[in-house]
Design a protein around this ligand. Structure first.
Ligand code: NAP
Length: 646
């Protein structure tokens, strides 16, 4: 059997249902496939923040929900925080309480009223992107297989998303290091506790209106180990007793659950015709009830873009805008959740940080900032404001290769280019962990990047590099277009080698890495570079002043500068600029920069009497990569902080 629809939504939780309603409201045919036969009755999230209240009100869902009580003050990592600080005049300022189960019923009613088809009892077993459409296969409990075809498929199928796995999304992040147990227990009478950090752990207890009590407990240092099932009541009883000294074993567990601080985020929200929203796209510790809110905000953002795409208002760039809009926002939310987890579940060693935090929270600007972050309102205090509100940096839509960006100047450059919106290929030779760390840092900042390995200076080096580069680009943008090449990787001579002692082998190695490889990288990049592209060669101030110990190295940089000169003329007709940036002594995290006396001595060489930081150089390279530098080509730009000016 086959069933045609415009959009297949996998997962009938809050995100999937809100999205289905939004699509239905625009006249788009939408089918929701959900594995549960009946809506869940499990007690899950219940906190609704300001931005989400807005979204629900705009869609008439608040009216369906009836009375939604105010949830009182909020907290940041257990430190009391009045969330109305986000915007005290907002009609939904603060936080509100509505069980997820009730919300799901209201969202399902709306989606169905607006024409969405809800198919329960279907487990997704396969999906195929057929180019022009998507085919999804499901199986029902009685083994019947069914096929759904649609123009797009959206995975709203939660933390364990099958869509994410089947479509091959990368779910980057960190594994759990802390675990918390929770239970609803009937028949006990213990005092309410609100995030009490006690000698052996953290405890929270709240009596529900039905007389049962929700307990949550973390014993400092507890990790999930290899837990695959819910905890037993005995485990909860033991942990509670250890942390609070209270015995609750005579009660009856109504619900048991464990959660941990696994933090993951897909590196892209769209792969072809498949997109993700909600917990399918990110996993986080459920502190402060942000997960439900982020999921609904994802769905609302995606709905508008999908409607635009399907009704022909715009092309695929609309769907990529969804990634650009949500990825940075969610990355920031995941960071604040990680910070809150540390403040809550860290042992006594985090007490000074908590005290400092509590102290900082006396300042109205801090309270407003944190409350806005949690409430989902625009945060307007950072220098990236424009980028966050518009989703656009100066290099949005561009791609960049930065050789040698696992560390030092290359890493700083990769981070800056990504911050401006470029998708960055982070190249390295051997230091894979460092290269991955660069990518992680970029993703945390809301950017996009991937690693490419290739040792330069050996036969086949450039070919190897471009194989990885082209594969990485194709996977992410569908083609191999390149906008920016930064020839940064460099080999240096060890200090203390007199010119008399340079061997032919060392000389050849330096030339192979620093001059030959960049030449052939540029040559090979010519086919991929878009007109208006950028080539930036990282040389050294040493081509302008003498240091006999570095004669061979400096010769290689002199050769590199010739690439700038001649290719600048060669490529001008295509609007491609080619420039050299020459750093002076720059802190690349090497061991010498840990020796204060050495740093002090090196600092004296600069007119500013300090050594350069990697960002000092990265900012110059980034400027050259932007359109602001369109009138500069063939230039040698000294980025040495006025080294040896006299
Ligand atoms: P760095 O910290 O030493 O890092 C070097 C980078 O280049 C690493 O990513 C390394 O990859 C990569 N690399 C080194 N040899 C390679 C090879 N044979 N094949 C492929 N990749 C290789 O570098 P840095 O100090 O930031 O310097 C960056 C650039 O600035 C270099 O061209 C350097 O000559 C120039 N520069 C630096 C200074 C300074 O004071 N730092 C001053 C003037 C000029 P792995 O991590 O995998 O090894």
């Amino acid at each position: 059997m086959s069933s045609d629809t415009d959009v297949i939504v996998v997962g009938g939780g809050p995100a999937g249902l809100l999205l289905a309603g939004d699509l239905g409201a625009a006249g788009i045919r939408v089918t929701v496939v959900e594995q549960l036969h009946v809506p869940s009755t499990e007690s899950r999230a219940s906190t609704v923040h300001t931005r989400t209240m807005d979204l629900l009100a705009e869609r008439g869902v608040l009216d369906k929900l009836g009375h939604v009580p105010n949830g009182g003050r909020g907290h940041f990592g257990g430190v009391s925080l009045d969330l109305t600080a986000a915007d005290p005049s907002h009609p939904f300022a603060g936080q509100w309480k509505c069980p997820q189960t009730r919300l799901e019923v209201a969202l399902a009613d709306r989606a169905i009223e607006l024409g969405a088809r809800l198919r329960r009892g279907h487990v997704l077993t396969g999906l195929v992107d057929c180019g022009g459409h998507i085919e999804a296969t499901t199986r029902t409990e009685d083994g019947v297989s069914r096929q759904f075809t649609g123009a797009y498929l959206i995975g709203c199928d939660g933390e364990q998303s099958t869509v994410r796995d089947l479509a091959g999304f990368r779910f980057a992040g960190t594994d759990a290091t802390k675990e918390m147990l929770r239970a609803d227990v009937a028949g006990i009478d213990i005092p309410n506790r609100r995030f009490e950090r006690l000698e052996h752990g953290l405890a929270t207890a709240a009596r529900w209106p039905d007389g049962s009590t929700r307990v949550m407990v973390h014993s400092y240092g507890a990790t999930p180990g290899d837990r695959t099932t819910d905890p037993t009541f005995d485990e909860v009883v033991a942990a509670w007793e250890k942390v609070t000294g209270e015995h609750i074993g005579h009660g009856t567990a109504l619900w048991l659950n464990a959660f941990d601080n696994t933090t993951r985020h897909v590196t892209e929200y769209r792969r072809g015709r498949v997109l993700l929203a909600g917990d399918a796209a990110h996993r986080q510790m459920p502190v402060g009830g942000q997960a439900l809110n982020i999921a609904l905000q994802d769905a609302a953002a995606l709905g508008g873009k999908l409607v635009g795409r399907i009704t022909g208002e715009g092309g695929d760039e609309l769907l990529d805008d969804y990634h650009r809009e949500r990825h940075p926002v969610v990355s920031r939310a995941l960071t604040n959740i990680q910070a809150q987890t540390l403040l809550l579940l860290g042992g006594p060693e985090v007490d000074p940080v908590r005290d400092l935090f509590a102290d900082l929270m006396r300042f109205p600007a801090v309270r407003t900032h944190l409350a806005q972050m949690i409430s989902g309102s625009t945060v307007s205090t950072s220098s990236t404001e424009t980028k966050e509100t518009t989703g656009m940096g100066r290099l949005t839509g561009k791609t960049a290769l930065v050789t040698g960006s696992s560390r030092g100047i290359g890493r700083a450059t990769a981070l800056r280019l990504a911050e401006e919106g470029a998708l960055v290929a982070v190249h390295y030779a051997t230091n894979e962990d460092a290269a991955r760390e660069t990518v992680t840092l970029i993703e945390k900042g809301g950017g996009r990047a991937f690693t490419v390995q290739a040792e330069l200076g050996v036969p086949g080096d450039v070919h190897e590099l471009f194989l990885g580069l082209e594969r990485g680009l194709k996977e992410r943008i569908g083609d191999t277009t390149l906008d920016i090449v930064v020839n940064n990787a460099g080999a240096t001579t060890p200090t203390g080698v007199a010119p008399e002692d340079v061997t032919p082998e060392e000389f050849d190695r330096l030339f192979a890495v620093n001059a030959k490889a960049p030449f052939f990288i540029v040559q090979r990049a010519l086919d991929l570079l878009r007109d208006g592209g950028r080539i930036i060669n990282v040389s050294s101030g040493l081509t302008r002043f003498a240091n006999p110990e570095q004669v061979a190295y400096s010769m290689t940089k002199g050769a590199l500068e010739q690439i700038t000169l001649h290719f600048a003329r060669h490529l001008a007709s295509r609007g491609i600029t080619v420039n050299t940036v020459a750093p002076g002594i720059t802190n690349n995290g090497g061991p010498i920069f840990d020796i204060p006396e050495a740093v002090e001595q090196m600092a004296q060489l600069s007119a500013f009497k300090r050594v350069g930081e990697a960002n000092d150089v990265a900012d110059v390279v980034t400027f050259l990569a932007t359109d602001d530098a369109r009138w500069i080509t063939g230039a040698f730009i000294d980025a040495s902080g006025g080294t040896l000016l006299g």
